[in-house]
Write a new protein. Sequence first.
Length: 178
Amino acid sequence: MTTAPDPIPQKPFIITRLLDAPREIVFKTWTEQDHMEWWGPKGVTIGHAKLDLRPGGLFHYSMKPADGPEMWGRWIMREVVPPERLVFVNSFSDEAGGVTRHPLSASWPLEILSTITFAEQGGKTLLTVNWLPLNPTEEERKEFDTGHDSMQGGWSGSLDRLVEYLATMPKSKTHSPE
């Protein structure tokens, strides 16, 4: 009897950024709808955004690049642990909130397990994003694994926007009292 080979392990995509703001504030920028305007890569504007922050809740949003069509995305929340961690399933979406394929890549994984951690570091926040496809086909796994450079660029742009957004917040809200 022949056994099937073990699947090739997936390589998670991980990016970190040390942010000059307390983690409670950084957590709010990820979890309060009024603060989500920073979300998305550089050059993208957020149109529709509706956030239901609870396990099983949905963040449904549209993004419009300056030179392209509107795209939709969604997060289905799995864990909300203020101010330490968010875990959600991220996917492209349609306007009604259904799961769709990536508009530019038919072999991109349908769903990505996203774990965002917020670690306190002397009044600053070490933010870590960990992405891993959920139940990918072999083709989707390969697409994800070869897409790490592109993800690095997209996430770097999003985190740059977060840094800029945090800088616009009143100092009393972004810095710990001395």
